[in-house]
Design a protein around this ligand. Structure first.
Ligand code: DSN
Length: 429
């Protein structure tokens, strides 16, 4: 980064400091991960300069022969990875993927169903401040306050009552398996579509460690940067390939893939981010390697051991544990808020995020919960022993949020641990 260093030293310094932060602290935000150096190199490449509106071999610009190669590789590999018949790798983000998927299956004003944001859903699953809540009439399903698990009976009842155009399954803060087959039965019962947003669990799904939604859905959307460990971005998959459908926003019948393609571009987006698509291609190839499955297995083992450690330290976890890569701590019984806990942990070098828990008495900016994830730490090579140690560190810090000495002491322990699990080189001063 010589040029950046010489010509824009403040930007260079911020990137160097961010590299140091990522390297010297414990990254436990469940939706974050660390990409490989080849992914990073593809992202920082000249592919960023190229306009390529359209799709491979059908572009609105000349000079697309090389970007066509990377988009072709990205589509081929993601289809193999998920055993999907069709893929669109152009969505700039998970939100853009959801927007295109929703508009493929519903018209503005239609009723849709998604998980309530405060119960672990995502903004785009119908929050009133998001396009999803503004364009559509949203009926939110929730988790059971007793079990912390999705209340499938309530979902079925709401679906029968409101007859949505589709149900979107998937979540941002749900530590358990999502029963896509059961949601499909509910959708079939009322004759609606099923979209699964697998942003959080994509890496687990790709490696067979979480039930596959594709057989039970019309469309699957995802981000590419969480458990899937690619660059920031989105993607869309479907196995509904044959026949032409009269989809709501199409002037004439189209197949599902044609309608999705049209809703991504030109429906929702302009030029695709070809440097990101090149990096997605690399990440999808990486994810097809046997090591990626071993990595995902370790992500799950690590989350399970971290959960056991926190339970042994007498913390309450929503649902009592985890099946996947994340844990939701309910700190209300300890009289703590998520906000204060997040701050204390951050001072100690442990990065997490505050999160709502079922029936949370606090507002979303305060919350009673903390969400923890193991994908990033597992990428660094940490295993069960480190998880036990980290669980104890979390417990130590949360046992007295006011005690700055504890935070300082933990921070040194974190730094010492991080030194043993190096990954990115920190750019020089
Ligand atoms: N903001 C992401 C998360 O943290 O889960 C979801 O997009």
């Amino acid at each position: 980064m010589q040029n950046l260093k010489q010509q824009y030293p403040e930007i260079y310094a911020a990137i160097r400091d961010e590299t140091r932060r990522q390297t010297e602290t414990l990254e436990m935000i469940a939706s974050e991960n660390f990409v490989s150096l080849p992914v990073l190199e593809a992202l920082g490449s000249v592919m960023t300069n190229k306009y390529a509106e359209g799709y491979p071999r059908h572009r609105y610009y000349g000079g697309c022969e090389h970007v066509d190669v990377v988009e072709g590789k990205a589509r081929f590999n993601v289809k193999k990875l998920f055993n999907a018949k069709y893929a669109n790798v152009q969505p700039h983000s998970g939100s853009q993927a959801n927007m295109a998927a929703y508009l493929t299956l519903a018209k503005p004003g239609d009723t849709i169903m998604g998980m309530h944001l405060n119960h672990g859903g995502h903004l785009t699953h119908g929050s009133p401040v998001n396009f999803s809540g503004r364009l559509f009439n949203v009926v939110a399903y929730t988790i059971s306050p007793d079990t912390g698990r999705i209340d499938y009976d309530e979902m079925a009842k709401l679906a029968r009552e409101h007859k949505p155009r589709f149900i979107v399954s998937g979540a941002s803060a749900y530590p358990r398996i999502i029963e896509f087959d059961r949601i499909k039965e509910i959708c079939d019962d009322v004759g609606c579509y099923h979209i699964a947003d697998i942003a959080h669990i994509a890496g687990l799904v790709a490696t067979g460690l979480h039930p596959d939604p594709l057989p039970y859905t019309d469309i699957v959307t995802s981000t590419t940067h969480k458990t899937l460990r690619g660059p920031r971005g989105g993607l869309i998959l479907t196995n509904v390939e044959g026949g032409e459908l009269m989809l709501p926003n199409m002037p004439k019948p189209k197949t599902m893939p044609e309608a999705i393609d049209a809703w991504v571009f030109p429906g929702c987006q302009g030029g695709p981010l070809m440097h990101v698509i090149a990096a997605k291609a690399v990440a999808f190839i990486e994810a097809r390697k046997p090591e990626f499955k071993e990595y995902q297995q370790q992500v799950i083992k690590n989350a399970a051991v971290l959960a056991e450690t926190l339970l042994a330290e007498d913390f309450k976890l929503v649902t009592g544990g985890t099946d996947n890569h994340l844990i939701l701590m309910d700190l209300a019984p300890r009289g703590l808020t998520g906000r204060a806990s997040e701050r204390a942990l951050e001072n100690a070098g442990i990065t997490t995020n505050k999160n709502m828990v079922p029936n949370d008495p606090q507002k979303p900016f305060i919350t009673s919960g903390i969400r923890l994830g193991t994908p990033a730490l597992t990428t660094r090579g940490m295993k069960e022993d480190e998880m036990r140690r980290i669980g104890k560190m979390i417990s130590y810090v949360l046992s007295d949020l006011e005690d700055e000495e504890r935070q300082k002491k933990t921070r040194s322990e974190v730094e010492e641990l991080c030194k043993r699990f190096k990954f990115y080189e920190i750019p020089p001063e």
